[in-house]
Design a protein around this ligand. Structure first.
Ligand code: SRM
Ligand code: SF4
Length: 655
C-alpha cells in the first residue's frame, strides 16, 4: 500500500496554541520558568502547556470581586487507565485534598480523580506526591491522548474483561508523552518508579510503520505539535457500554474465541460530544465502526489512526479540530483508506457485535474468583464529608484498613475490588456508621443514573450551575413524576453547565445543558444504554420552568408509551413535533381550574409538591393565550419565556 505525501501546510494560519506548543521545547516552557516565580498564577502561554502536565489554572468564581485579583487556584487531574487507583495512591490523594485542596476529591466521567483548589506555590509538591505514590497527571489534559477508559468491573471469570484492562494500560503507555519535561519540572529530574512497559508496546512506539513516526523527535508519535486537539480512547468488551463507547475518538472492542482467548479487536472511531451554542458547524457525533484488527496489529492500527488525525486534523480552528470533524468531512471510506496507508495494508471488515448495554456495577457482588467487589455510588463524583454523610472518611478508613484496590467508573462512581468475603461485615459497618448506602436499590434511581459536571464555581467555561443544581432538580423531577402517576419511572438524566458536554449529556434520555444564567438547553431522546444521540428540544429553559415544560411530556409519555418503553425511547420514537403538539394542547390537570373570570393561566404549572418558590399568577384572555401557546411552540420556548420577553419590551425593562 503506497502512502501519499503528508499534507502540505494549508494557507490558513495555525491556531495560537500550535505556536505555544512549538515554542515549549516539548512541554517545558514557560511552565519550568514560571513555577519558580513567586506569583499566584501563570501567563496565558504557560496555562496552555500546564494542561499537558494535568493541571488547569482556575479561580473560585464564587469569590470574584470586581477590581480585585481573582482567587487563583489549580485543578489537578490524574490519569488512571481503566480507572485503576492503587490503595497507596488513594490515600495520597485523600491527604492532598485536605492539605492543599478544597477537602474534596472528584471522581471524573473518564475514571480519573480531580483535586480542586491547589495554590500555585503547592502545585509542585502536590504533583510530586502523586507521582511518588504510583500515580500520574501527565497527559490528563492537553492536546494529547487522555485517560484510556475500560469497564471498571473486576469480573475475574470473564477473560475478555482482563484483556480490556490490559490493553487499556498498554495503549495508555503507547500514547504517553515521551518528553522529559514532566519529571524535570515536578520531580527535579528524578524518574518515577513505574510499572515496566510491555516490550511489545515499547517496540511498537519505535517501529516506523508507514509514516506513523516522527523521526529524530523527542516525541516519536506526536512530534513538536502533539495532537491538533484532545484525543480520547476506550477499550471495552462486546455488549458492555459502561464506557459510553460511541462518544470516544477511538474505541477498541475485545474479540475472543470460544476458548476465551484474545483474537483481535473491533475498531470504532470518530465519536465526540463538545459543541458550542448557536454554531451549527460544531456538533456531538457518534463513533462509526471502522474495521476489525488482529491482536498482532492492534498497536499499528492505533498508531495509524493517531497519525491520520495528527497529520490531517484541523490545526487552524480548534473548534473543528477533533477527529470527529475529520471523519465527518471525509466520510468513513476516505478516512479508512488514509488509515490503511499508515497501517500498510488493507484492513479487515468489522465483526458483528451484540447490542451494547449500560450497567453501573453497584452494590456487593461476586467477582468470579471467590472474592467480592463493592460498587459505591458517589453523587456527581464528589467525595466529601457533609452532614450525616461522611463518605470521605468512610473511603479513607476502608482503604487504610483493607488496602483495597479501586476502579473508578465512567459514571463518577467507585468499585472496591478483591474483597475477602470475611471482611464484608467490617466494611459494611464502616459504611453504616458513615451513612454511606451500599445497597443500590436504596438509592433514588433518578440520582443513581444521573451525572453532572463540576461547572461553578471551579470551571472557567461554565455558563451556569450543574453539580450544585442537579440534586434539587432531580428532586423536583421525582415530585413531578409522582404527581402525574409515574411513581416507578426513572431514566438517565445528565446535566452540564455549558455545551462542552463533560458529563456526556447528549447521550442521556433527558439532559440539561447550560445556555444562560439559570437556564438550560434541554435534550431528549437518548437511550437508556447510551447508544443513540439525544436531540435539543428547547434552547433556553429557565430553571423555574422545568415543571411546566416537563409535565405535558411526562403525561404524554404515560398515555402513549408502548409496553416497557423507556422515556428516552418514547421521545425518540414519537418525535418532537408530536411532543410539541401535545404540549400545546395540554391542560394541566393538577392546577386550579380557570374560572369564568380567570381564563387559562400562564404560570400555573408549578406544583405544590415541588420544593420551590411560589410564583405570581396572572390571567390572560383566551385569544392571547392561544396565540402565546402557538408562538412558544413555534419558537421552541416556554410560554413563560415568551411572556417575559414580551413584557420586558412593553414595560421597557433592560435585562
Ligand atoms: Fe471536560 C473542558 C471537566 C470529561 C468535553 N472539562 C473541561 C474543563 C477542563 C474546563 C476548561 O477547559 O477550563 C473542565 C474542568 C472543570 C472543573 O472545574 O473541574 C472539564 N471534563 C471535565 C470532567 C472533570 C467532568 C466530570 O464531571 O467528571 C471530566 C474529566 C475527565 C477526565 O478524567 O479526563 C471531563 N470533557 C469530558 C467529557 C466526557 C468524556 O471524556 O468521556 C467530554 C465530552 C467528550 C468529548 O471530549 O467530546 C468533555 N471538556 C470537554 C470540552 C469540549 C471538547 C470539544 O471537543 O469541544 C472542553 C473544552 C475544551 O476542550 O475546549 C472541556
Ligand atoms: Fe465546565 Fe462545561 Fe465541562 Fe461543565 S461541561 S465542566 S461547565 S466545560
Amino acid at each position: 500500500m503506497v502512502k501519499s505525501a503528508p499534507p502540505s501546510p494549508t494557507s490558513r494560519k495555525p491556531s495560537k496554541v500550535e505556536g505555544i506548543k512549538e515554542h515549549s521545547n516539548f512541554l517545558r516552557e514557560p511552565v519550568a520558568t514560571q513555577i519558580l516565580e513567586d506569583t499566584t498564577h501563570f501567563t496565558e502561554d504557560a496555562i496552555q502547556i500546564l494542561k499537558f502536565h494535568g493541571s488547569y489554572q482556575q479561580d473560585n468564581r464564587d469569590n470574584r470581586v470586581k477590581g480585585q485579583e481573582k482567587d487563583y487556584q489549580f485543578m489537578l487531574r490524574t490519569k488512571n487507565p481503566g480507572g485503576f487507583v492503587p490503595p497507596q495512591l488513594y490515600l495520597a490523594l485523600d491527604q492532598l485534598a485536605d492539605e492543599y485542596g478544597n477537602h474534596t476529591l472528584r471522581a471524573t466521567t473518564r475514571q480519573g480523580f480531580q483535586v480542586h483548589g491547589i495554590l500555585k506555590k503547592n502545585l509542585k509538591a502536590a504533583i510530586a506526591t502523586i507521582v511518588k505514590n504510583l500515580g500520574s497527571t501527565l497527559g490528563a489534559c492537553g492536546d494529547i491522548n487522555r485517560n484510556v477508559m475500560a469497564p471498571p468491573v473486576p469480573f475475574k471469570h470473564r477473560p475478555e474483561y482482563k484483556y480490556a484492562w490490559e490493553y487499556a494500560q498498554n495503549i495508555a503507555d503507547l500514547l504517553s508523552p515521551q518528553t522529559g519535561a514532566y519529571y524535570e519540572i515536578w520531580l527535579d529530574g528524578e524518574k518515577a518508579i513505574s510499572a515496566e512497559e510491555d516490550p511489545a508496546v515499547k517496540a511498537a512506539r519505535q517501529s516506523n510503520g508507514n509514516g506513523t513516526i516522527v523521526h529524530d523527535s523527542e516525541e516519536p508519535l506526536y512530534g513538536t505539535y502533539y495532537m491538533p486537539r484532545k484525543f480520547k480512547v476506550s477499550v471495552t468488551v462486546p455488549g458492555d457500554n459502561s464506557i459510553d463507547l460511541y462518544s470516544q475518538d477511538l474505541t477498541l472492542v475485545v474479540i475472543t474465541n470460544s476458548l476465551g482467548e484474545l483474537e483481535g479487536f473491533d475498531v470504532f472511531a470518530g465519536g465526540g460530544l463538545g459543541r458550542t451554542h448557536n454554531k451549527e458547524e460544531t456538533f456531538a457525533r457518534l463513533a462509526d465502526p471502522i474495521c476489525y484488527v488482529d491482536k498482532a496489529d492492534v498497536y499499528d492500527i492505533v498508531k495509524a489512526i493517531v497519525a491520520t488525525q495528527r497529520d490531517y486534523g484541523d490545526r487552524t480552528d480548534r473548534r473543528h479540530a477533533r477527529l470527529k470533524y475529520l471523519i465527518n468531512d471525509w466520510g468513513v471510506d476516505q478516512f479508512r483508506a488514509k488509515v490503511e496507508e499508515y497501517f500498510g495494508k488493507p484492513v479487515t471488515p468489522f465483526k458483528a457485535l451484540p447490542e451494547f448495554k449500560y450497567e453501573d456495577f453497584l452494590g456487593w457482588q461476586e467477582q468470579g474468583d471467590g472474592k467480592l467487589f463493592l460498587g459505591l455510588s458517589i453523587d456527581n463524583g464528589r467525595v466529601k464529608n457533609e452532614g450525616s454523610l461522611q463518605l470521605k472518611t468512610a473511603l479513607r478508613e476502608i482503604v487504610e484498613k483493607f488496602r483495597l484496590p479501586i476502579r473508578l467508573t465512567p459514571h463518577q462512581n467507585l468499585i472496591f475490588c478483591d474483597i475477602d468475603p470475611k471482611n464484608k461485615s467490617a466494611i459494611q459497618k464502616i459504611l453504616n456508621r458513615c451513612g454511606v448506602v451500599s445497597d443500590p436499590s436504596q438509592i433514588e434511581p433518578l440520582v443513581r443514573y444521573a451525572m453532572a459536571c463540576p461547572a461553578l464555581p471551579t470551571c472557567g467555561l461554565a455558563i451556569t450551575e450543574s453539580e450544585r443544581a442537579i440534586p434539587g432538580i432531580l428532586q423536583r423531577i421525582r415530585a413531578l413524576l409522582d404527581q402525574v402517576g409515574l411513581q416507578d419511572e426513572h431514566f438517565v438524566v445528565r446535566m452540564t453547565g455549558c455545551p462542552n458536554g463533560c458529563a456526556r449529556p447528549y447521550m442521556a434520555e433527558l439532559a440539561f445543558v447550560g445556555s444562560g444564567p439559570e437556564s438550560y438547553q434541554v435534550w431528549l431522546g437518548g437511550s437508556p444504554d447510551q447508544t443513540r444521540l439525544a436531540q435539543p428540544i428547547v434552547e433556553k429553559l429557565h430553571d423555574n420552568d422545568i415543571e411546566s415544560f416537563l409535565e405535558p411530556i411526562f403525561v404524554y409519555f404515560k398515555k402513549s408509551r408502548e409496553a416497557e418503553e423507556s422515556f428516552g425511547d418514547f421521545c425518540s420514537r414519537i418525535g418532537f413535533d408530536a411532543i410539541r403538539e401535545f404540549a400545546a394542547q395540554y391542560q394541566p390537570e393538577t392546577v386550579a381550574v380557570p374560572t369564568a373570570e380567570t381564563s387559562p393561566q400562564v404560570v400555573a404549572t408549578k406544583k405544590k409538591a415541588a420544593p420551590s418558590r411560589s410564583r405570581p399568577r396572572i390571567s390572560l384572555y383566551d385569544e392571547v393565550y392561544s396565540k402565546l401557546k402557538e408562538t412558544a411552540t413555534s419558537q421552541g420556548k416556554s410560554m413563560t419565556e415568551v411572556v417575559n420577553e414580551a413584557l420586558k419590551i412593553y414595560l421597557q425593562i433592560d435585562s
